[in-house]
Design a binder for this molecule. Sequence first.
Ligand code: KG4
Ligand code: ZN
Length: 348
Amino acid sequence: MKHEPLVLGIETSCDETGVGIVRGHTLLADAVASSVEEHARFGGVVPEVASRAHLEAMVPTIERACDTAGIALRDVDAIAVTSGPGLAGALLVGVAAAKALALGLGKPIYGVNHLAAHVAVDQLEHGPLPEPCLAMLVSGGHSSLLRVTDVTVGVDPMGATIDDAAGEAFDKVARLLGLPFPGGPHIDRVAREGDSVAIDFPRGLSSRRDLERHRFDFSFSGLKTAVARWVEARERSGEPVPVNDVAASFQEAVCDVLVRKALDAASSEGIEDLLIGGGVAANSRLRAMAEERAARLGIRVRVPRPGLCTDNGAMVAALGAEMVARGRTPSSLGLPADSSLPVTTVLV
Ligand code: KG4
Ligand code: ZN
């Protein structure tokens, strides 16, 4: 049997210090230390707090990953790291750690794109990616539709949000409803007790006119404002706010647009596989709606399990292993931490 590459991946683009270890498509360890609780009282991620937390968590998280995988650092064939996009200071901690490991161990380093890593992670669960596939990435920082043929070479952006990311909308609406940060999982939970057709919230960029220019783009800021207005009107009239119904109706509006545009993009390209990734892919309604509507079109849906959808190191290791397996040229030791790395650059 061919030797499959043993790769250690480091992720620090936001508030999760992730260190993953994979052998080819096999996940050996996925250690994550999150600073989310330190940001909760601010209602959003504070970059300086995140950077400091990465610095403190880095070495223990690397040690934990190696222990779980039952390997020594000298055994790894390559180091992979998120080069961008993300918070500049946070990225810098991961990139510096990865360079130190690569230099100390004398192993190649691969600086990869965070978004492409969200796509590649699915291989750990469902095997090789169908080529081509349509990837919808939805998280706190991004909402994009990508056409992917070979994830180690590049991805074609078909559409993206023109304002808030989908997860950002979940977090802002949750805050409005008095739910804790990050709000996505809480909306998901309370929406189960609510009526998704109670309130008809707007579907962004879905009118015929908008579709002409923004067929595969998203907009969630109008929806967020509509929810705020609706809640304010209720409060002014002295009536209680039906949190479960608002959450369910909001969630329905987000999922409806995401699924409709993703399936339209796949159909327009004749693509039969839709992959959903990023933190919002953990949403139970999004998963159910995508599967139901895709089945009607003969499109298969792949969604990694929730723990692999949110930011983690295994996704970076998975993309790194694919780079090694496909013989891509490693990055130089001078690789940058690039907070605005374009989605089209998968390897720096
Ligand atoms: O991918 P991720 O961990 O980090 C970023 O790169 O942003 O995504 C985090 C986002 C947050 O906005 C969070 O509220 C959202 O994913 N999220 C969810 C759910 N679980 C996490 N949104 C909706 N439903 C969920 N179950
Ligand atoms: Zn992410």
